[in-house]
Design a binder for this molecule. Structure first.
Ligand SMILES: [Zn+2]
Ligand SMILES: [Zn+2]
Length: 241
């Protein structure tokens, strides 16, 4: 199977997880509570993937890797937290700050940029090798349900319908898919795509997800981050055999 077909197949699974995240906003308490495990496990797995796979591969690809990693980090920061006045992961609880529907739309734009780079990371990973692609896919997949849940929760709280909330989660899936396609359709893009998506993945793991882990009382959730890193090391040792 060629890298494009592999990436598209895995992108469908990642995109689907965005929609699942959107669906559980209006569903059971149990599903909402289990979300925090995905946030903690996902951030640990993503940090392992960023530092042990994506960063070294980026350095090997291009001398400009450090500045491109920084660029990726800054792009997500700009769209998620500079242009968007209100966005954080998990359930939206600040009803009074979200009375303006525009707040929901700007958060959606931020999340669409972020998920585009989720797709870029998957596409670039499979261009490096099937095992790097698989590791990046798993890193992305683990936080996809929180991605979808977050945007649906914000869209609902900012005064839109539950239909719009689900549409927003679906838009994140479509954007992920577009990211994969962009890497494969723009020839020779790997040496930009991998380092830029390394920076964006670092942002999501360390700046979006980790604060949500740290808001939890006690050491339990903090330990789940280490479990995520352990899971990464385990899959990596199996995948590289
Ligand atoms: Zn809030
Ligand atoms: Zn994401």
């Amino acid at each position: 199977m060629n890298p494009l077909a592999q990436s598209l197949m895995f992108a469908i699974a990642a995109a689907f997880a965005n929609v699942v995240g959107g669906l559980i906003v209006t569903s059971s308490k149990w599903a909402k509570r289990s979300l925090r495990y995905f946030i903690a496990l996902g951030s640990g797995f993503m940090l392992g993937t960023v530092f042990m796979e994506m960063f070294p591969e980026s350095i090997a690809l291009t001398k400009s890797a450090p500045v491109l990693v920084l660029l990726g980090y800054v792009i997500v920061h700009m769209f998620e937290h500079t242009f968007a006045p209100h966005l954080h992961f998990g359930e939206e609880t600040h009803h009074d700050e979200l009375e303006n529907p525009v707040v929901g739309i700007s958060a959606l734009v931020g999340m669409i940029v972020h998920t585009f780079f989720d797709g870029v990371a998957i596409g670039a990973g499979f261009l490096v090798s099937p095992s790097v692609g698989l590791l990046i896919f798993l890193a992305v997949l683990l936080h996809k349900i929180p991605d979808g849940f977050t945007i649906s929760s914000i869209i609902l709280t900012s005064g839109h319908s539950s239909k719009s909330a689900l549409a927003a989660a679906t838009a994140l899936g479509v954007s992920t898919f577009a990211g994969v396609l962009a890497v494969h359709l723009i020839g020779g893009s790997l040496s930009y795509a991998l380092p830029i998506s390394t920076g964006s993945t670092l942002y999501v793991a360390a700046t979006d997800l980790m604060p949500e882990v740290n808001r939890e009382k006690g050491a339990k959730m903090a330990l789940v981050v280490f479990a995520g890193m352990g899971l990464f090391l385990l899959v990596r040792s199996i995948a590289s055999v």
